[in-house]
Design a protein around this ligand. Structure first.
Ligand SMILES: Nc1nc2c(ncn2[C@@H]2O[C@H](COP(=O)(O)OP(=O)(O)OP(=O)(O)O)[C@@H](O)[C@H]2O)c(=O)[nH]1
Ligand SMILES: [Mg+2]
Length: 663
């Protein structure tokens, strides 16, 4: 069987998943109404969180201009070479070249997941939105691909958008290739123009096309074959690049079979370096290779999005392997003990950390099914089986320290926990500071901001205070006709800055306000760099409830002009709960349960219906952003609340005194 292995990579929302879905559909293996974004959170948020595999079968139609549409439709028995009446199990034997596709997430927090995938495929489809052009994550994933020597196929997508400018996008992509030091062969990339949403691809903009065949043909022409008989003859060597989990089968590996064939029941040797983080700095350079034994219990390959059990998986293919339950990404699984290990796949280190605690708030334990520390611990232990960028320190009895790749990474973990019925409290995320060769280092991020020119000043000023430095400012080169008509992107500017992650933790919210919601900001970790020094952030003050009860509209009406409220009328509150922030930055104890008759302030204008501003309701992500160091975010299946560590004012003052005395 001929095999090609590709990954689809792009900036967030540029259309990877839609295109993958369309490819599956055209090749007859898509399921009606199903998408590669299948996880509940992915569907709700409309973003891809986990890299996922799929496979299609395609045959290039030679010397014809008619597209090969529907060639492999399972239901289309009339065009099937086997004809009518073929038993279903036989019809399953696919014709044509198998194309394994890995759809990757575009959000920067999941960038390290993409990197691992890139190690195990032979070509990438670099998808670029024809209106937005290359964006920060486009740059990042392209850079990684070029470094690995891959020769990308460029897919200029969404050419149906009113303000799309495919020609300019092509120029920008070409420029980016050169900027990133592409070789001549790499910069000579094939281009395909697509409307993923309609399942249409063209090699030239002027071509007529009804389907994705031009893209599929380009894949067959351009992507090197993964399966040669020479490789198949060798003894087995395979390497996992992703993990999966099954309640019955335990941890499973998504792996590329490089040589030989994996077979069910096969005894294998596993070589790894141990967990990458467990290597002590002093041992760096010394590759310690431990050999373990294991047995392959079950094998699967993909057909569309479905996993199909297989007895054997040949060199070149991608397999899901059960039985090796202690397997780690990047290890080498081989048939013979003396097999040479494949180059290790590095896993990026976490950049932020926070504590997970039992929810001991006055309202704790009300909606959760699982609330004890043992249950939280067990959840995290299971999560570690598959959540590759995650680290958990279980050593303390009071809390668990969770380390992740960014705020979104942690927020997704928490969101999944609450959906599974868990309650938990978390502390404010902090960046991880480490010391290397006696130098203090912290994670840095590159931030790319598109904003209307008017807000450029305030953005630069705010980020400047947060130790960010400008690397580049790009004015729009030209404004296309379409942009003038739609008013989009006109008069906007692109800022590229770099600074410590610490500086932008909690900044996003401010950014939205400062750019009146018109700015777009994306960032990605650029690595650990020397500590950037003290950062003076404007402290956001909290409005703290001094009492328990139900919030009343009348009381909130009196409070809303002093800051932003997180709750609406009817919300249950408790003493020490943070119900909003204060405009002036001071801590403020308030009574949100106070009724009209008890008040002697604001006596005027009391009789007309009160005009309440809709609250800024806390989500997990918003909560992680706005919370202060002396606060916990309380997360339950139904609620997200913010509270002070110390619930009474007396305790808070006492703690504050203790802190100042210590200093
Ligand atoms: N106009 C237009 N919109 C498209 C096209 N393809 C995708 N979209 C829309 O773009 C949005 C993002 O599409 P996705 O396929 O989820 O993008 P993605 O790259 O997978 O996003 P992430 O995985 O989260 O990085 C969706 O609203 C799609 O409907 C297209 O060809 N034209
Ligand atoms: Mg996607």
């Amino acid at each position: 069987m001929e095999i090609r292995n590709i990954a689809i990579i792009a900036h967030v929302d540029h259309g990877k998943t839609t295109l993958t879905d369309a490819l599956l559909k055209q090749c007859g293996v898509g399921k009606e109404g199903a998408s590669m974004d299948s996880n509940a959170l992915e569907l709700e948020r409309g973003i891809t969180i986990y890299a996922k595999n799929a496979a299609i079968y395609y045959t290039m139609k030679k010397n014809t201009t008619t597209p090969a549409f529907g060639h492999h439709r399972e239901d289309d028995t009339t065009t099937s070479p086997r004809g009518l009446g073929t038993p279903p199990q036989l019809r399953r034997r696919e014709e044509g070249t198998k194309i394994n596709i890995v759809d990757t997430p575009g959000h920067a927090d999941f960038g390290s997941e993409v990197e691992r995938v890139l190690r195990s495929i032979d070509c990438v489809l670099l998808v670029v939105d024809a209106q937005e052009g290359p964006m920060p994550q486009t740059r990042f994933v392209l850079k990684k691909s070029l470094e690995l020597g891959l020769k990308p196929i460029v897919v200029i997508n969404k050419i149906d958008k009113p303000a799309a400018d495919p020609d300019r996008t092509y120029e920008q992509v070409l420029e980016l290739f050169f900027e990133l030091g592409a070789s001549e062969a790499q910069a000579n990339f094939p281009v395909v123009y697509t409307i993923g949403r309609q399942g249409v691809a063209k090699k030239k903009l002027t071509d007529e096309s009804k389907d994705l065949s031009p893209l599929l043909d380009t894949i067959l022409e351009h992507v090197p074959s993964a399966s040669t008989s020479e490789l198949t003859q060798k003894p087995l060597r395979l390497q996992p690049f992703n993990l999966a989990y099954d309640n019955f089968l335990g941890r499973m590996a998504v792996a590329r079979v490089y040589e030989g064939a994996a077979k069910v029941g096969m005894s294998v040797f596993i070589k790894g370096e141990g967990h990458p983080l467990s290597i002590s700095p002093s041992k760096e350079g010394e590759r310690q290779i431990a050999v373990r034994k294991g047995k392959i219990h079950k094998l699967f390959t993909w057909r569309g999005m479905e996993k199909i059990e297989a007895a054997e998986v040949q060199a070149g293919d991608i397999a899901l392997i059960a039985g090796l339950t202690d397997i780690e990404i990047g290890e080498t699984v081989s048939e013979t003990e003396d097999a040479k290990p494949l180059p290790m796949i590095a896993i990026d280190e976490p950049t932020i950390e926070l504590q997970f605690l039992v929810n001991n708030s006055p309202l704790g334990g009300r909606d959760g099914k699982y609330v004890t520390s043992r249950q939280i611990r067990e959840y995290l232990e299971r999560e570690l089986e598959v959540n590759v960028g995650l680290k958990v320190d279980f050593s303390s009895t009071e809390y668990l320290t969770v380390r992740g790749r960014g705020e979104l990474h942690v927020a997704i973990l928490l969101e999944n926990m609450r959906r599974a019925g868990y309650e938990v409290q978390v502390s404010q995320p902090q960046v991880i500071i480490r010391t290397e060769n006696g130098i203090r280092q912290e994670p840095f991020e590159e931030v790319i901001i598109d904003t209307p020119v008017d807000f450029q000043g305030v953005v630069i000023e705010k980020l400047g205070r947060r130790a960010f430095q400008i690397k580049d400012i790009k004015s729009p080169e030209r404004t296309s006709e379409a942009e003038v008509q739609t008013g989009k992107h006109a008069g906007s500017v692109r800022l590229i800055l770099e600074g410590p992650t610490r500086g932008i933790l909690g900044y996003r919210n401010q950014f939205v306000i400062d750019t009146r919601g018109e700015g777009i900001m994306s960032s990605r970790v650029s690595g650990f760099k020397p500590y950037a020094g003290e950062i003076q952030k404007r402290v956001v003050g909290s409005m703290i409830s001094m009492t328990a009860g139900k919030a009343l509209g009348y009381a909130l009406w009196g409070l809303q002009e002093r800051g932003v409220l997180y709750i609406g009328p009817g919300t249950e509150v408790y003493e020490g709960m943070v119900i909003g922030n204060t405009a002036k930055g001071e801590q403020m104890s308030v009574n949100p349960t106070k009724g009209k008759q008890l008040t002697n302030v604001r006596a005027s204008g009391t009789d007309e219906a009160i005009d309440l501003v809709p609250p800024f309701e806390l989500t997990i992500e918003r909560g992680l952003e706005v919370m202060a160091e002396d606060e916990y975010l309380e997360i339950t299946p139904r609620n997200v609340r913010l509270r002070k560590h110390f619930l009474t004012e007396i305790d808070r003052n006492r703690a504050k005194r203790r802190d100042t005395e210590r200093e």
